[in-house]
Ligand binder design. Structure first.
Ligand SMILES: CC(=O)N[C@@H](CCC[C@H](N)C(=O)O)C(=O)O
Length: 374
């Protein structure tokens, strides 16, 4: 087993919610503080970390961003190194992304290049979103890179494959929380109450009509309700219920359209079920839009060197707050093949650890080459 697989396993054991990545931050700092100090500058920002690997003759800064947070999922993998944090899991590969960051950074501490390399360990990608406030922070602005990139594990691609495209790669996102408040009562006297379990069920079904009937079929959108809560016990009519979900759209026009239809359907539920409703759109992420020139240059480099197998993939309805970095700085995000039958956000996700060495090798070569370009 490589040292980096061991690091990934250590990180896998300690998944933490967004902006509470305290143990993760301490683990990363401990690793970084063992590297030769004269080649590094290290700063913290909230639970995140910024690291500069000093170049020998820096003319620009190149950034790599890794996300740090885990998800509220009870792990069901076959691992001996399962999460030690009950109810939390690295089920989106952030343990792998951070390990790759450490691996590439360590390579360049030992093989300095001309340019400064900036490694960002960013909290709260899953929510409420750490990219935008990190981008605005003084710590980041002082080291703002001239180009930036990131990767994300892809369970469906084999190890040794990466996938990306110029232009839009990931969707615009908005969280969705709807609270319904009616009138509770005895299960035997429904005519004296307004049952919010029934209202929530109707609303959930109606929401599915938005993508089918209101969004232009040539555009793409998703409305997913991932969680419904309501009621207190089996023989009490529920006074309140809550729907929690997410909206994904390729265009901003569709995002506006979907939200306006949600508001109309919720108003209909209020009228029809004589209840009160509140909508909260939580945190919103902009699309991930890969810079055309840098992406094509990277894709051509990958093809020419044959470093890995390259796929030009279609966009996906995933979201990523890395989109905010790409709004401010040219760069790109790519999928890294991790070859596992269970998808992202699944309790049995077991990304191949071989993908870590593939990515460290690829990025070490690419950044060496990129740093030699005018
Ligand atoms: C890559 C990935 O899975 N990202 C998350 C981003 C979550 C955005 C936000 N919290 C939401 O749920 O809308 C994703 O679910 O795509």
């Amino acid at each position: 087993m490589s040292t980096y697989a061991e690091i990934r396993r250590a990180l896998h054991r300690i998944p933490e919610p967004g902006f509470q990545e305290f143990k993760t931050q301490a683990f990363l700092l401990d690793y970084l503080q063992k590297l030769p100090a004269e080649r590094l500058d290290i700063k913290t920002w909230r639970t995140g970390i910024l690291v500069k690997v000093k170049g020998t003759n820096p003319k620009r800064r190149i950034g790599y961003r890794a996300d740090m947070d885990g998800l509220p999922i009870t792990e069901e993998t076959s691992y001996a190194f399962r999460s030690e944090h009950e109810g939390y899991m690295h089920a989106c590969g952030h343990d792998v992304h951070m390990t790759i960051g450490l691996g590439v950074l360590t390579h360049f501490v030992n093989h300095q290049v001309a340019d400064d390399l900036i490694f960002l360990f960013q909290p709260a990608e899953e929510g409420p979103g750490g990219a935008q406030p990190m981008l605005e922070s003084d710590e980041f602005q002082a080291w703002k890179p001239d180009m930036i990139f990131a990767l994300h594990i892809a369970p469906e691609y084999p190890v040794g494959t990466i996938a990306l495209r110029p232009g839009i790669l990931f969707a615009n996102t908005s969280e969705l929380f709807i609270d319904l408040k009616g009138k509770g009562g005895h299960a035997a006297f429904p005519h004296t109450a307004n049952d919010m379990v029934v209202a929530a069920a109707h609303l959930t079904t109606q929401l599915q009509s938005i993508v089918a009937r209101n969004v232009n079929p040539l555009d793409s959108a998703v409305v997913t309700i991932g969680k419904i809560t309501g009621g207190t016990r089996q023989n009490i009519i529920a006074e309140s219920a809550r729907l929690e979900g997410t909206i994904r759209t390729m265009s901003l026009d569709s995002m506006k359209q979907v939200k306006s239809r949600i508001e109309a359907l919720v108003a209909g539920i209020e009228a029809g079920f004589e209840c009160e409703a509140q909508i909260d759109y939580g945190s919103n992420y902009c699309q991930v839009f890969n810079d055309e020139a840098l992406t094509l240059e990277f894709m051509n480099w990958v093809r020419d060197t044959g470093a890995v197998n390259l796929i030009e993939c279609p966009p996906a309805m995933t979201g990523e707050d890395f989109g905010y970095f790409l709004e401010a700085i040219p760069g790109f995000l790519f999928w890294l093949g991790a070859d596992t039958p269970y998808g992202l956000h699944h309790a049995k996700l077991e990304p191949s650890e071989q993908a870590i060495d593939v990515a460290i090798g690829l990025l070490s070569k690419y950044l060496t080459w990129k740093s030699e370009q005018a």
